[in-house]
Design a protein around this ligand. Structure first.
Ligand code: TYM
Length: 327
């Protein structure tokens, strides 16, 4: 079975973009692959986050992911900081990556824009991400469209490491879904739905109530020409609603667009489809919350299993670069 790894930041409530762009595929990858999923708390330290909140969110992210369908019997779910090899491997890769290639990262450019002082961790963020991936010999990395560039960097750095030290690391590939890879903000359809930008009405949370989902979809910004057509360039708001309905009901965007004449009808059906898509997650999340004591044990098991794989890869890489092993 080929290996899969992906990660998610515990930086707030999960939203529809996280679910459709990534988690939905994580769930389906559990059966056909040996899947490792990581809550990347170290990456979250690049943002300003209150320590107690980070701890609570890391714990709650595990509940959210389980509710969304991750099954600890079929995948390995763990917290990044529980496996110390992530930071160790990141250092080996920092000595492989270049300033130039990190400076080109658009997420770094966006997040550092306008800041007087930029943290080094924000700059080296994608190298830690590359370490997350190569430690598990992952061939496949299910992510949304916004992670493509980071995945390219991981490929580049792993390839360079191998070129210098021999075939030590598996060069990973991004697995980006055909639909749902870039869910846009319902109020600002020119930008992606995001945890870090506050847009309460534009962001459908995975655990929103049916009423909240319906309200947000009905208020989605579209345009005024009243012609239903899938055209992301000139009608981004409408295209987003069409795409959401298409993904939620497993139809094509053209099929959906051809079935409607009025924006209002399209929005009503989109809201209903999203309510039904997310309903089981919300129900399961409430059940899981009744037994929160189960999470630490489950994460400990995940960390144990992840460490077995990660420590072997790190030992291989450390030996290859010439670090003297401790006896
Ligand atoms: P994060 O936490 O921002 O997002 C988690 C996943 O959700 C996807 N996503 C979206 N997909 C579609 N539409 C959107 N609007 C949307 N917003 C987010 C992301 O593409 C991602 O797949 N750097 C990563 C976390 C990470 C990681 C890794 C990922 C750390 N190490 C190793 C893969 C492998 C991040 O910040 O994702």
């Amino acid at each position: 079975m080929s290996r899969v790894l992906s990660g998610i930041q515990p930086s707030g409530d999960l939203h529809l973009g996280n679910y459709l762009g990534a988690i939905h595929n994580w769930v389906s990858d559990q059966d056909a692959h040996d899947a490792y999923y990581c809550i990347v708390d170290l990456h979250a330290l690049t943002l300003d986050i209150d320590p107690n909140e980070l701890r609570a969110r890391t714990h709650d992210s595990a509940l959210d992911l389980l509710a969304a369908g991750l099954d600890p019997e079929r995948c390995t779910l763990f917290v990044q900081s529980h496996v110390v090899e992530h930071t160790q491997m990141a250092w080996l890769l920092e000595c492989t990556a270049t300033m130039g290639e990190l400076r080109r990262m658009t997420q770094f450019k966006d997040k550092s824009a306008g800041q007087d002082s930029v943290r080094v961790g924000l700059f080296t963020y994608p190298v830690l991400q590359a370490a997350d991936i190569v430690l598990y010999d992952a061939e496949r990395v299910p992510v949304g469209d916004d992670q493509r560039q980071h995945l390219e960097l991981a490929r580049e750095v792993a390839g360079r490491f191998n070129h210098r030290f021999g075939e030590i690391l598996v060069v990973p590939e991004a697995a980006v879904p055909a639909a749902g890879a870039r869910v846009m903000d319902l109020q600002h359809p020119e930008r992606k739905m995001s945890k870090s930008v506050s847009s309460p009405l534009g962001t459908v949370l995975m655990l929103d109530s049916p009423e909240e989902i319906t309200r947000k979809v009905k208020k989605a910004v579209t345009d005024t020409d009243n012609e239903v057509r899938y055209d992301p360039e000139s009608k981004p708001g409408l295209a987003n609603v069409i795409e959401l309905l298409a993904v939620a009901t497993q139809r094509t965007t053209d099929d959906v667009a051809n079935s409607y004449e009025r924006y209002g009808d399209l929005k009503v059906d989109c809201a209903e489809a999203l309510v039904e898509l997310l309903r089981p997650i919300r129900t399961r999340r409430a059940e899981l919350a009744a037994d929160p004591g189960a999470v630490p044990a489950l994460l400990a098991r995940g960390a144990h299993k992840a460490t077995e794989v990660a420590s072997a890869t790190y030992a291989r890489a450390a030996q290859a670069v010439g670090l003297l092993g401790r006896s």
